[in-house]
Design a protein around this ligand. Structure first.
Ligand SMILES: C[S@@+](CC[C@H](N)C(=O)[O-])C[C@H]1O[C@@H](n2cnc3c(N)ncnc32)[C@H](O)[C@@H]1O
Length: 302
């Protein structure tokens, strides 16, 4: 018998993952949750889906709508939802292969698997979505800092991570994720699609790629297309449209004031809405000097 994990955690370590902020985010949920008014949950920038997994264990939504533009991540969710058994088998083989060789051997194995994954991205390899999902999780657990970064050709180029004993296949957690995903529809493509289904009984949580807090930080390169200020403005329009529909909407982002106290980008963009600043520790940052406590913004329409 398979024991599923309670308190399911994201199966991907994701830049900007909201795991550490869940407690603070939970304090800012709309009171409509308490009276059972929220029937539909939307997470249009899914990534690791920390809030989705947490909320799904607290509330019994009638339906859940998840969106992710990165096709590999999207495929991974679909596979966990529909084919978790086959995925676990594939991933535990990869784990065994990895753990049974020396450190030097692991490094070579990592680069071989990275090449195999990139062959999927170049569409030259056969179309096994289970293998592709397993490789994504494998690389995510063994690469440097769990980053997802692609080069100008769209190839995954994060170096080896040198972890001593990474858990590559967390079977209980994957089965737990499978259970929680049963009510969800996982869509590929753009966040704006959420407008189609959201209504006054919906809670929408936007966690877009961070607006870089410095010119050198490049956290927006999850996919080939960067999420620039133009995209932030397009998102603001969708936020306003959801507000008009009567949906409860929350959005998080990095606070540009961490670097430039005079930068009012989000305060101006979301003027008139309720803005809170939360304390966070940036866990993934290429620039070690910038680790430490910073603020993140939370924008609510309630
Ligand atoms: C900050 S991450 C979300 C992190 C997530 N909240 C977590 O806890 O792990 C943003 C995600 O949005 C995705 N994304 C970027 N542009 C998008 C778009 N236009 N539509 C939908 N998803 C997008 C990225 O691929 C990335 O996975």
């Amino acid at each position: 018998m398979i024991t599923t994990t309670r308190q399911v955690k994201p199966f991907l370590k994701w830049a900007g993952g909201k795991g550490q902020l869940i407690g603070q985010i939970a304090m800012h949920l709309p009171s409509a949750f308490k009276i059972g008014r929220i029937k539909k949950y939307f997470e249009p920038f899914l990534g690791g889906g920390a809030l989705f997994f947490w909320l799904s264990e607290q509330y019994d939504f009638e339906s859940v709508y998840l969106y992710e533009i990165n096709p590999s991540v999207n495929i991974c969710y679909q596979v966990i939802q529909k084919n978790v058994g086959k995925l676990v088998k594939e991933l535990s083989h990869l784990e065994l292969e990895y753990l049974s060789v020396s450190e030097k051997g692991r490094e070579k194995l990592y680069y071989d698997k990275r090449e195999e994954f990139n062959a999927f991205l170049r569409r030259k390899a056969s179309n096994s979505i289970i293998r592709r999902a397993a490789l994504l999780i494998f690389l995510n657990k063994t690469c440097f800092n769990g980053l997802y970064r692609v080069n100008s050709q769209g190839e995954f180029n994060v170096p080896f991570g040198w972890y001593k004993n990474p858990t590559i296949c967390n079977e209980g957690n994957l089965y737990g994720a499978n259970e929680l995903l049963q009510k969800a529809e996982v869509f590929g493509g753009d966040f704006a699609q959420c407008l189609e289904y959201a209504d006054k009984d919906s809670f929408v949580y936007f966690d877009p790629p961070y607006r870089p807090i410095s010119m050198t930080a490049s956290f927006t390169s999850y996919s080939k297309d960067a999420f620039d200020d133009q995209e932030q403005r397009r998102l603001r329009k969708v936020y306003g449209d959801l507000d008009k529909k009567g949906a409860f909407v929350m959005l998080s982002n990095s606070d540009p004031k961490n670097v430039d106290p005079g930068d009012n980008f989000f305060d101006d963009l979301y003027r008139g809405y309720h803005i809170e600043r939360l304390n966070a520790t940036r866990l993934i940052n290429c620039n070690a000097e910038r680790r430490g406590t910073i603020t993140e913004i939370l924008v609510m329409n309630y």
